[in-house]
Design a protein around this ligand. Structure first.
Ligand code: GLU
Length: 900
């Protein structure tokens, strides 16, 4: 039953107030309609269709405490967000005690309680300390050495504090002050006469607005309004007095005003009040505010409504106090709202009360002390994982509703600097960009700049343009722009995958080395004398010699070894053997490397990358559409860049606004979607967060730039220094890293793709850097072989020229001519070795005697040991054949008598 009735109350109150309309109460006891009209006009001007406000006004008889009590209770029934208090002091005190108990803020715009501020009350009337200082300065300026203070009620005495302090005997300031209190009633003449008799010529007057005119009139009557008398009137409504009757007395009358009544906005306000008064008073004769008749209280009423509603909006309060005189419990947000109001308002003469921060110069208050006890509005956006809505079965309220990296960072900073805060959410998720045409910022930046928020924290990038408009703390995270795209797909098996182990460059070098070494062998064969052999060993003195390294054989020899098959050819000279063995070494390394890498290619799954870098994206071979967050720093980077590639990309994105997204989440969804072939340009930290949870997307390519996220605040804010210091401290303590790990890798499904990439290392083709060394060894070996061959040739020619007694140069010329001609693999023998004479090289041995000749001949006809072994084992391996060939050649050499 109890439960049901609660539901009923809830439904009724929802129907009554739940249409997002917010009520603000007022108890008007001015005995007329002017205050109510001013209040209603102000409420109407802050109300909008999206965010409607309504005035809940109860009119009471001035000074009737019971009526005030009932009025307060009935205003509270309206689920109000705050109450504008009555002006009568007794009624006010009573209403305030209810307010204090129920924690519903009271807003005052009157001086009567300047010395009696309750905690639930906030008074916009100028503070007496500042007020008295202003007048002390006026008096000081006038150089008054004597004056009479004339005041009406004891409540006005605090307004003289700074004036009494003008009498500073120690400093040698002797000012003669006389204090006179005006009597009750409206006849002050006897007091004025006493003042006149005292000889005082200067008067500082503080009395109610209603008294001023009577006072001045009676002063005139008493005769203290001649040109030797001066008046300073302290009442802020002095401007509403008609001074015409006193113009000609000659005395100087000075007053102050808080606004210029001729300003159009003020005149419109006066007109609206008068119109509203006429509406409210219906057929009664309406009172009207004259053109100059706007009092400070009426003006403050407007500013107070503005300020109060701004605070309610800033705290994003949706539900009113929902307390009643009987409920016996307080409103949970009352004190926060009040705190908020006390720290967010400034007042200046031109603009009246304005919702801006009280800037305490940083020099005055050291470091974090400047933030202590203050309340700040912290603007954030729902962008994972910086700010997110908490998932909870319970209905959460206030700051409890949010969690995330940014939220936790603010919590830490608040603990370190001892400040309070309320989170406000940037509902549209716009961080802020400058409209160059209007020169205006939007989004979070705008709110920070115009003071609707003290701090903005999210993945808000520090950019040069933004830095000009607001202040940023030291960055709490570093990042760069990169690409979010679908993970590479599996590559279909490639028919020509056997090419993959070497890069094309290495294949090219390999082919070059093959041709080069083959040609070299051909050349060495021609140079090296030992490679020229007698083709017919039985002919003792051959006409010609043969060379096995013909062009075709040279290519065949190298190919045989690179394919690990060998050939019939075996080099004989030192130089050709050297070149041959270098080539074998080279092929050994290359073939092993190829085999090893081929194994890797066959076992590792190869992947298809549609794009690998931003260049690929810009060239767009696979029709991939791409974009970035609208108005974000990423898009800004492409816009401002002078790199031609980035300019081209910006042009594309600018021409296709449909590819720009409102949030990072939208970008992710589009990148994942199978219906779209979309790549999202995004910041690396946000990509890291997403790829931890979305295993079908990955970061593509490296970072295009390097920048950071910071907390934004108003330009020249004194809080930048302490906040930056605290961020650096958190960084040094490693807390920021721990927080990042927590929000990136652990919370909300982090680490879901951790195993996904294990073992997905790709096989890479070997590039020249991997195998370059072996090419160098080959080149060096080949060089050495060339030197060797030349040396062999020179020695041989030198021996012949001596033996035959011919010119060495002539021999050399003839030899070189033959080598260069390259025409034939057969070489005519130019000089025969004379029988029985001289010595010979290895292939120019001579036959010493007939016996030995015969023996050799027999030997030649008999099978060689290897030939025997071949016939025995019938094994015709290439190797043994090569061996037998070499042995036979050696024997033939021994037999030959001829030299060429
Ligand atoms: N961090 C960006 C900004 O501050 C939003 C995301 C983006 O542009 O990639 O505007």
């Amino acid at each position: 039953m109890h439960c049901k009735s609660q539901w009923l109350v809830f439904i009724i109150s929802y129907l009554a107030y739940g249409n997002a309309q917010k009520n603000i109460g007022a108890i008007c006891d001015d005995g007329g309609f002017v205050l109510e009209a001013a209040f209603t006009v102000a409420i109407e001007s802050v109300s909008s269709e999206d965010d409607p406000y309504e005035a809940k006004v109860v009119r009471t008889t001035p000074g009737d405490v019971l009526e005030a009590h009932n009025a307060m209770c009935s205003v509270l029934e309206g689920n109000v967000f705050g109450v504008f208090a009555p002006t009568n002091e007794k009624a006010l005190k009573h209403v305030q005690s209810i307010s204090d108990f129920l924690e519903v803020p009271q807003i005052l715009v009157d001086q009567s309680v300047a010395h009696n501020r309750n905690w639930s009350a906030i008074n916009l009337y100028p503070n007496h300390v500042a007020y008295s200082q202003a007048f002390a300065e006026i008096i000081d300026n006038k150089g008054w050495e004597e004056f009479t203070i004339i005041y009406e009620g004891a409540e006005l005495l605090p307004f003289f504090d700074a004036i009494f302090a003008l009498q500073d005997l120690e400093a040698g300031n002797e000012v003669l002050m006389t204090v006179v209190q005006l009597p009750d009633g409206d006849d002050f003449r006897s007091h004025l006469q006493t003042i006149k008799k005292s000889g005082s010529l200067n008067y500082l007057v503080n009395c109610r607005r209603e008294t001023i005119e009577t006072f001045l009139l009676q002063a005139q009557q008493v005769g203290i309004m001649s040109d030797e008398h001066s008046y300073v009137i302290m009442n802020p409504d002095f401007q509403t007095i008609d001074l015409d009757p006193f113009k000609y007395g000659g005395s100087n009358i000075t007053g102050v005003r808080f606004f210029d009544p001729s300003v159009e906005a003020i005149q419109n306000y006066v007109k609206s009040i008068n119109a509203k008064v006429a509406e409210l008073s219906e057929d009664q004769i309406p009172e009207a505010v004259t053109e100059n008749g706007l009092t400070l209280s009426l003006a403050l009423m407007y500013d107070a409504v503005m300020l109060y509603v701004a605070a309610v909006k800033a705290m994003a309060l949706e539900d009113g106090s929902s307390v009643t005189c009987e409920s016996g419990r307080g409103w949970a947000f009352g004190s926060t709202l009040l705190n908020n109001l006390k720290t967010v308002a400034t007042w200046n003469i031109e603009e009246g009360y304005k919702e801006t921060r009280v800037i305490i110069p940083a020099a005055e208050v050291e470091g974090s002390e400047s933030m202590k006890g203050k309340h700040f509005i912290v603007l954030t956006a729902l962008s994972a994982p910086y700010g997110m809505l908490k998932e909870s079965p319970k209905k959460l309220e206030g700051n409890d509703r949010y969690e995330g990296f940014g939220i936790e960072l603010i919590e830490e900073l608040a603990k370190m600097n001892e400040f309070n805060y309320t989170f406000d959410i940037q509902a549209d998720g716009v961080y802020g960009s400058l409209d160059k045409k209007t020169g205006k910022w939007n989004g979070m930046m705008e709110k920070v700049m115009d003071g609707r928020a003290d701090f903005a924290i999210t993945d808000l990038t520090i950019t040069a343009a933004r830095q000009k408009a607001v202040d940023f703390t030291s960055p709490f995270m570093n990042l760069g722009i990169t690409i979010l795209y679908k993970k590479p797909t599996k590559q279909p098996p490639d028919l020509f995958s056997f090419i993959s182990p070497f890069s094309l460059e290495v294949w090219g070098w390999l082919a070059g080395a093959y041709v080069g070494v083959s040609l070299l062998l051909f050349l060495l064969g021609r140079i090296a004398p030992e490679e020229w052999q007698n083709p017919y060993p039985c002919i003792e003195e051959p006409e010609t010699l043969d060379n096995q390294f013909t062009m075709a054989n040279s290519f065949w020899f190298t190919l045989g070894s690179v394919l690990t098959q060998g050939s019939e050819i075996a080099p004989i000279a030192v130089s050709t053997r050297m070149a041959g063995s270098m080539w074998w070494f080279f092929t050994l390394i290359m073939v092993s490397s190829y085999t090893a890498n081929l194994a890797a290619f066959l076992t590792v799954e190869s992947k298809f990358y549609a794009i690998k870098s931003v260049q690929d994206l810009a060239n767009n071979p696979y029709d991939i559409t791409y974009g970035a967050k609208k108005g974000g720093a990423t898009l800004g980077f492409f816009k401002e860049s002078d790199n031609l590639l980035y300019q081209k990309m910006y042009q594309y994105m600018d021409e296709h606004p449909e590819y720009q997204t409102s949030t990072n989440d939208e970008g992710l969804a589009r990148a994942k979607s199978t219906e779209e072939n979309y790549a999202f340009l995004m910041e690396s930290t946000s990509i890291e967060y997403m790829v931890e949870r979305n295993c079908d997307v990955a970061q593509v390519g490296g970072l295009l730039d390097s920048k950071g996220y910071g907390i934004a605040m108003k330009k020249n804010s004194p809080f930048r220094q302490p906040m930056s210091e605290s961020i650096l401290q958190l960084q040094e303590e490693g807390k920021l890293t721990r927080m990042k790990d927590k929000w990136w890798k652990e919370k909300r499904g982090g680490g879901a793709c951790a195993d996904d990439d294990a073992g997905s290392a790709e096989a890479q083709p070997l590039v020249l850097a991997n195998v370059g060394g072996v090419f160098i060894v080959l080149a060096a070996g080949s060089g050495l072989a060339v030197i060797c061959a030349i040396f062999e040739m020179l020695v041989d020619l030198w021996v012949i020229s001596h033996r035959e007694n011919v010119s060495f140069i002539e021999e050399l010329k003839a030899e070189i001519k033959f080598i260069i001609s390259g025409s034939s693999d057969t070489k005519p023998v130019r000089h025969r070795e004379p029988t029985g004479s001289g010595s010979g090289g290895s292939k120019k041995s001579k036959i010493e005697d007939e016996e030995s000749h015969k023996e050799v001949e027999n030997n030649l006809n008999a099978p060689t040991p290897s030939e025997r072994s071949m016939s025995h084992h019938s094994r015709h391996t290439l190797h043994s054949r090569r061996q037998s060939n070499a042995v036979q050649m050696a024997r033939m050499r021994k037999f030959s008598k001829a030299t060429y």
